[in-house]
Design a protein around this ligand. Structure first.
Ligand SMILES: C[S@@+](CC[C@H](N)C(=O)[O-])C[C@H]1O[C@@H](n2cnc3c(N)ncnc32)[C@H](O)[C@@H]1O
Ligand code: SF4
Ligand code: SF4
Length: 346
C-alpha cells in the first residue's frame, strides 16, 4: 500500500525568501488546554504536572484558556487585519494544547467564533479522538472546522494501553472515526500515528490498510525526543517529524512564518519548548498588546534581524528545529540582505 508522506506542517507553498517579512504569520497555533486524558509515553504532557511550564499554567488558569481571553486574541487579530492588511488571512490557525483539545468545554464556540471572524483560511484542531462522539463530530463540522488531525496511538487496543495507558473501546473508537469521515462535509480528516506506537513494517502496512479507507490523508509521523523532551536536535537522529529529508539552511525561518500563543496570551515566534518553557523569543502578549505592536516590530523585529545577521543567541544558537519542520521552499540563506532591506521598512 502506498504511503502518503507529504508534509502537513507547512501550510504554504510559497517561496519564503521572496515574501518575508509577511503581514501575517502563515501558521498561528493557540494552545487552549494543558489537561489530558491520555499519557502518551513520548509526550511532554505525560510528566507535565511536574514541569515549571505546566505548574504556571495550572496555577493561573486551571489548565484552560478562558473563552473571553480567546475572543480577545481573535479580536486582536481582526483589528490588526482591518488596520494593516484588509482582506488578508492567516493561512492556517490551529487550536491545540499541551493536552487534549476536545476536553476544552468551549471548543465548539471557539471554532464558531474564529470562523465568523474570518481571519484564517483554514481552522484545524489536533485531537487524540477519544472524545469524538457522533454529536461532537456534527458540532465540529457545523461550527466550520476545516481540518481535523487525529493522533492515533497504535493499531489495536494493546498498543493503546502500551503507548498512552488508555483502555480504548476499539470498535466504538473506529466507528466514531468512520462517522466523522462519512459526515465531514468539507472538513479534511488527517489520521496520523506515532511511529513509536508501531512495531515494524507489518504494523506500518496494517496501519495504512486499516485507516486509509476512512481518511483524507493517513500518515506515520516520526516522534522526536522522549518523555519530557520536545524536538531535541542534539539527541535525535536527523529526521523530520514527517520523515522528510532535513533541509539544509543556516537561518531559522520559523519566526518569519509561525506564531504560537499559550493560555496566558503570551506569544512566541517559535513552537520549540520543553518542560522548562519555550526556547525561542517571547515577542509579546496578545491579551494586552495590539498585534500591530508585536509582529515584525519591537522584540520580533530585532529577533528577525539577528537571525538574518547570523547572530543567534541563547537557545537559538545551533538550534536545528527549523531544519526538521521546513521544506526547501523555506530556505532563506543567500537572501539575507534583500530581506533585511524589506524588514527595515517596517
Ligand atoms: C501535544 S498534542 C495535543 C493535541 C492532542 N492531544 C493530540 O494528541 O493530538 C499535539 C501533537 O503533538 C504530537 N507530539 C507530542 N509529543 C511529540 C513528540 N515528542 N514528537 C513529535 N510529536 C509529538 C502529538 O502526536 C500530537 O499530534
Ligand atoms: S500526545 Fe496528545 S493525547 Fe497524547 S499525552 Fe500528549 S497531549 Fe495527550
Ligand atoms: S532557532 Fe530554534 S529556538 Fe530559536 S526561534 Fe528558531 S526554532 Fe526557535
Amino acid at each position: 500500500m502506498e504511503s502518503v508522506m507529504k508534509t502537513t506542517y507547512n501550510p504554504h507553498s510559497t517561496i519564503l525568501h521572496e515574501v518575508v517579512p509577511v503581514d501575517l504569520p502563515f501558521h498561528a497555533v493557540i494552545q487552549l488546554i494543558s489537561l489530558c486524558n491520555f499519557k502518551c509515553n513520548y509526550c511532554l504532557q505525560s510528566d507535565f504536572s511536574g514541569s515549571p511550564l505546566a505548574q504556571r499554567f495550572l496555577k493561573s488558569h486551571k489548565g484552560l484558556m478562558k473563552f473571553d481571553d480567546f475572543k480577545t486574541v481573535i479580536d486582536n487579530f481582526s483589528a490588526y487585519i482591518a488596520q494593516k492588511c484588509p482582506g488578508k488571512k492567516i493561512k492556517l490557525l490551529s487550536l491545540s494544547g499541551f493536552g487534549e483539545t476536545l476536553m476544552h468545554p468551549d471548543i465548539i464556540q471557539m471554532i464558531k467564533y474564529t470562523k465568523q471572524a474570518n481571519i484564517a483560511e483554514k481552522i484545524q484542531i489536533f485531537s487524540n479522538g477519544s472524545l469524538l462522539t457522533k454529536q461532537m463530530s456534527d458540532n465540529l463540522v457545523d461550527a466550520g472546522l476545516d481540518i481535523l488531525k487525529i493522533s492515533l496511538q497504535g493499531i489495536n487496543p494493546d498498543a493503546y494501553k502500551k503507548t498512552c495507558d488508555f483502555n480504548i473501546d476499539w470498535d466504538v473508537f473506529i466507528s466514531q472515526l468512520k462517522y466523522f469521515y462519512n459526515n465531514r462535509k468539507n472538513c479534511f480528516l488527517y489520521l496520523k500515528v506515532a511511529d513509536v506506537a508501531l512495531n515494524g513494517e507489518e504494523d506500518e502496512k496494517r496501519f495504512f490498510e486499516l485507516f486509509s479507507p476512512f481518511a483524507d490523508n493517513a500518515n506515520i509521523e516520526h516522534i522526536t525526543g522522549g518523555n519530557g523532551v520536545y524536538y531535541d536536535p542534539n539527541t535525535e537522529e536527523h529526521r523530520s517529524v514527517v520523515r522528510n529529508e532535513l533541509i539544509d539552511d543556516t537561518i531559522c525561518n520559523i519566526s518569519f512564518r509561525l506564531l504560537e500563543l499559550n493560555m496566558d496570551g503570551e506569544t512566541w515566534a517559535c513552537a520549540r519548548f520543553d518542560e522548562s518553557g519555550y526556547k525561542g523569543p517571547m515577542i509579546g502578549n496578545m491579551l494586552t498588546t495590539p498585534f500591530a505592536e508585536i509582529w515584525n516590530v519591537g522584540v520580533h523585529g530585532k529577533f528577525l534581524k539577528s537571525t538574518l545577521e547570523h547572530n543567534m543567541q541563547g537557545n537559538c544558537k545551533g538550534c536545528l528545529y527549523a531544519n526538521f519542520l521546513s521544506t526547501n521552499a523555506d530556505i532563506l540563506r543567500g537572501h539575507e540582505e534583500e530581506i533585511l532591506e524589506r524588514l527595515n521598512k517596517f
